[in-house]
Design a protein around this ligand. Structure first.
Ligand code: BGC
Length: 763
């Protein structure tokens, strides 16, 4: 355990490590610095208004601003999918006018139409701006995590893990822009996205929400998303305040289950978990949401070391910090670090939160008033939070207008926006094996089978029209895999037999019979979308009925093409060697079926690259940047080493891509220039993701076998070559010591790109 007096030094160094990783990527991925560290950028008049309000506010009005309630609290009935929503105006008036609640969040379990959203937000805002003493507008928060997924008719994108497989920050930026514009157009101005957690525990139910296992790739994509969402002017009718979540160390619960303890060393925190947040802060993300779990024995909501010393003092974050759902209450009832809610409130506020997503009760406000009146919390501490919250409202332009006017509103679900979603699916779907069947010629007869073959729910994933996303009735029309394959190959060539459900056999024999009459089988496996606690489970193995279906179909001798639509990598070891081809889709969104059909037909040359290591065995869940000692004993027959089924960064297309002429050269100032030639010797245009890894040959702490330091997605015409260049700054060669300090240790470094390596000595 670190000495308290030494923590600041450690974390200060840790944030430097984050910066260095951010710097390493400035080539080829445009993470332009924003200048701010999350503090609202408001002019003199705005600052004056905030200070004037603060000076006029009562203590009750101040703590009201720090409280965020869910829409259910101002609704007539608790939200249920089958109940029609109705605002409870009396309760809304009590909570907003009497209690001075500053923020509302969430939907009513299911998505609303845009007009209805505007009506509700309008009514609530009217109460806040016209009936409260000071007329402070509300800020409304929502989880638009892959498009405005709680607005009917909005553009839905692939989930982040599939977006990450594109390795294309421009697509992430576009998705961010469209998501923000469609979210804001109904009056929702605070988006709880993007996830900046790093997926290093594949059993974790939120793996699909992340940008994968590598901090640099995730940071680049999160930063681009944030830039897209926030734009240049937060008051624009197309911008929302983004949220880096969940700070910090949420994604590696030791049990693999959501919101269970994580144990993370200072060094690992600095090298793996802090960098994406650093990169988010570099582009000015305005808000941060706290990790609901505990790290090293302390719930993060009660940890001043993480929420104040690291986040504020060392990383310099000046924006708004919001709790996760009911997390003050969880300090009492779940984590057991506080005997009652009052002590929990004390812990969370002194740890550093600004807004409490209570989200069902007002006791937070009552207790915080008591704590201040008793002198346990200074009013100046409350002022700090309220100043941040009011400044954000000011910067969002909420004092002027709460809902974009008809003239300023973004078009929801436009053709162009859906084309961007389709493009993201095309670039994100990852071809992992091609045994020779792909692409399929016109006229190929195809059996489409499996539980994800005819399911909109599967393609979309959770956070789609409802939290878990599993209610197919809520979905607007869109093509399933089956629909799209029928459209592309002709209904007459396509047979559909479901075969199995996720956990139950339906008629495997029927699928086998059907397979005998076709040329290829498109086997659509996966798992039912589920997220957070409902997504916890005990085994990463693909479910038994699906394994049985796969084995039975492979036994027919027909080529089996596997399409994987899962929340996380499910283990395929019981049948994968018998498959002809494998495609990973993740949750590719409403256009995932179309994109898959285009790839199967060869209309699109697949270019996705895995943003995570696809495990071969349930007990071998190493990430690509493991330590050397972790691969001792590795060979294809042992599950010990790094022997994943498919490596991080892997993916193939229909063109042969070759690398040659890797050159590395030290630059004046200590950076390293890396150039390499990439040739497309195929007869189709292709996109290749050039990935630059650095290995520190020897260092004082055990080095990782390699670390991604730069990448670029490049389009190469059939038969053409491209020379791609990168400048790796000195910081890309630093190591993070056991205390989290970034240090440069002179010596030998190996640079690897596309299977080529060069060694350079730096001193
Ligand atoms: C999730 C957050 C989400 C929040 C609000 C929580 O359960 O952990 O990611 O933003 O709910 O819906």
């Amino acid at each position: 355990m670190l000495e308290r007096g030494t923590t600041r030094r450690h974390w200060a160094a840790a944030s430097a490590a984050g910066t260095l990783l951010a710097l390493a990527g400035t080539v080829g991925c445009q993470t332009a610095a924003h200048g701010g560290r999350g503090g609202a950028e408001i002019d003199r008049a705005g600052r004056d208004r905030v200070e004037r309000l603060l000076s006029e506010m009562t203590l009750e009005e101040k703590v009201g601003q720090m409280m965020q309630l869910t829409l259910q609290t101002v609704s007539s009935q608790p939200g249920l999918a089958d109940q029609e929503h109705q605002l409870n105006e009396a309760e809304a008036r009590r909570l907003i006018v009497e209690y001075g609640t500053g923020s509302i969040l969430n939907n009513y379990d299911v998505a609303f139409d845009p007009a209805y959203w505007r009506e509700i937000v309008g009514t609530l805002q009217q109460l806040a701006t016209e009936e409260t003493r000071l007329g402070i507008p509300l800020i409304y928060g929502i989880d638009s995590v892959h498009g405005a997924n709680y607005v009917n008719g909005a553009t839905i994108f692939p989930h982040n893990l599939t977006l990450a497989a594109t390795w294309n920050p421009e697509l992430a930026r576009t998705a961010g822009e469209i998501t923000a514009a469609e979210t804001r157009s109904v009056g929702l101005t605070w988006n709880f996205a993007p996830v900046c957690d790093i997926a290093r525990m594949p059993t974790w139910s939120r793996t699909f929400e992340t940008f994968g296992e590598d901090p640099y790739l995730a940071g680049v994509l999160a930063a681009a998303t944030i830039e897209g969402m926030q734009g240049d002017d937060l008051s624009a009718p197309t911008a929302v305040a983004a949220t880096g979540k969940h700070f910090l160390g949420y994604s590696v619960p030791r049990t693999g289950r959501d919101r269970t303890p994580a144990y993370i060393s200072d060094s690992e925190m600095a090298e793996i978990f802090i960098p994406p947040f650093e990169m988010a802060f570099d582009v000015g993300v305005r808000t941060v949401m706290v990790n609901s779990g505990e790290v090293n024995g302390v719930p993060v909501h009660a940890d001043p070391r993480i929420l104040t010393e690291l986040l504020r003092d060392d990383m310099g974050f000046e924006g708004v910090v919001v709790t996760d759902w009911a997390d003050i209450d969880k300090l009492v009832n779940y984590h057991k670090v506080a005997p009652n809610e009052k002590e929990a409130t004390y812990l969370a506020v002194t740890a550093g939160i600004d807004v409490a997503m209570t989200p069902l009760t007002t006791s937070f406000a009552d207790l915080l008033v008591e704590l201040v009146e008793e002198g346990r919390i200074r009013e100046s501490r409350i002022d700090e939070s309220v100043r941040r919250i009011l400044s954000l409202k000011e910067e969002l332009g909420l004092f002027e207008s709460q809902i974009p006017s008809r003239r300023d509103r973004a078009e929801i679900g436009s053709t162009a926006s859906n084309a961007a979603s389709l493009e993201a699916a095309r670039q994100g779907i990852t071809l992992l094996r091609n045994g020779g069947s792909l692409p399929l010629g016109d006229g190929t007869r195809i059996l489409v089978t499996g539980p994800t073959s005819d399911s909109k729910v599967a393609l979309h994933g959770s956070w789609s029209y409802s939290w878990q996303g599993t209610d197919e009735r809520l979905y607007p029309p869109s093509d399933t895999v089956l629909d799209a394959v029928r459209e592309r190959f002709g209904s007459g060539n396509v047979v559909h037999v479901p075969g199995v459900e996720y956990e139950e056999a339906i008629d495997i024999d029927a699928a086998v019979r059907a397979a005998r009459g076709v040329d290829v089988v498109l086997l659509c496996l996966g798992e039912l979308p589920a997220v957070e606690k409902p997504g916890d489970f005990g085994s990463l193995m693909m479910s038994a009925p699906q394994v049985e279906l796969a084995q039975a179909l492979a036994a027919t001798g027909k080529p089996v093409i596997l399409s994987l639509v899962t929340n996380r990598p499910r283990i395929l070891s019981e049948f994968e060697s018998d498959l002809d081809s494998i495609l990973w889709l993740g949750h590719a969104g409403p256009h995932g079926g179309t994109a898959l059909a285009e790839i199967l037909a060869g209309d699109v040359n697949p270019s996705g690259r895995l943003p995570f290591s696809y495990p071969r065995h349930p007990n071998a869940l190493l990430t690509y940047d493991h330590k050397h000692s972790e691969r001792v004993g590795a060979d294809s027959s042992t599950p010990n080493g790094y022997d994943p089924l498919f490596q991080f960064g892997f993916g193939i297309g229909y063109s042969e891509i070759g690398y040659s002429g890797l050159r590395v050269r030290e630059l004046a100032g200590g950076g390293v220039n890396v150039t390499v030639s990439v040739r497309n010797s195929g007869d189709r245009d292709a996109a290749e993701v050039v990935q630059v890894y650095v290995t520190d040959a020897v260092s004082s702490v055990t080095p990782r076998v390699k670390r991604l330091k730069a990448f670029e997605r490049t389009e190469i015409a059939a038969g053409a070559s491209d020379r791609v260049g990168f400048v790796l700054p000195r910081d890309a060669f630093m190591t993070v010591d056991r205390d989290g300090n970034a240090v440069f240790e002179p010596g030998e470094f190996v640079i690897s790109v596309g299977g080529l390596t060069e060694t350079i000595v730096l001193d």
